[in-house]
Design a protein around this ligand. Sequence first.
Ligand SMILES: Cc1cc2nc3c(=O)[nH]c(=O)nc-3n(C[C@H](O)[C@H](O)[C@H](O)COP(=O)(O)O)c2cc1C
Length: 146
Amino acid sequence: MKIAIVYASVHHNNTEKLVKEAGKMVTMDLFSIQEARKADLSGYDMVGIASGIYFGKLHKSLLDYLEEKPSLPKKAFGIVTCGDGSDKHKKSVWELLEGFGFEAVGVYVCKGFDTYGPFKWIGGINKKHPNQKDIEACATFVKKLI
Ligand SMILES: Cc1cc2nc3c(=O)[nH]c(=O)nc-3n(C[C@H](O)[C@H](O)[C@H](O)COP(=O)(O)O)c2cc1C
């Protein structure tokens, strides 16, 4: 099964680190949005949409990309890093994927280093995330989808 990941990672590259490191444990091809726009991903069996959470949503650049209705496989999953580490993002990202017409098959959520707003005054939160455990759990999540 061929897996493509399209990611946006702008705050601290948390999501990029997560998918790149997990990508050493499970075969998947990674594309930034700029790369995805130039590539043909229609031949993949499944696409992972990966991003930090910004004001409760995926990054705008990723939402804009999906709005463009790129040619992507029907099956999709989410991979998100966030400040609060909350499972509530599973439901919202799942619904978002379905709203874009995908067949959602799963969402992986973990904490990411966050220095937004007041957190910067205390040096940020989740300084060590995503950590090795998060990366391994992400790789296991993708392996189970395969
Ligand atoms: C402008 C901004 C808004 C954010 N909003 C949220 C939020 O609503 N919920 C949350 O849990 N984390 C929030 N975060 C924290 C990020 O989701 C977290 O740091 C994430 O790991 C960033 O991923 P990235 O480094 O791959 O971009 C926000 C961060 C920024 C900079």
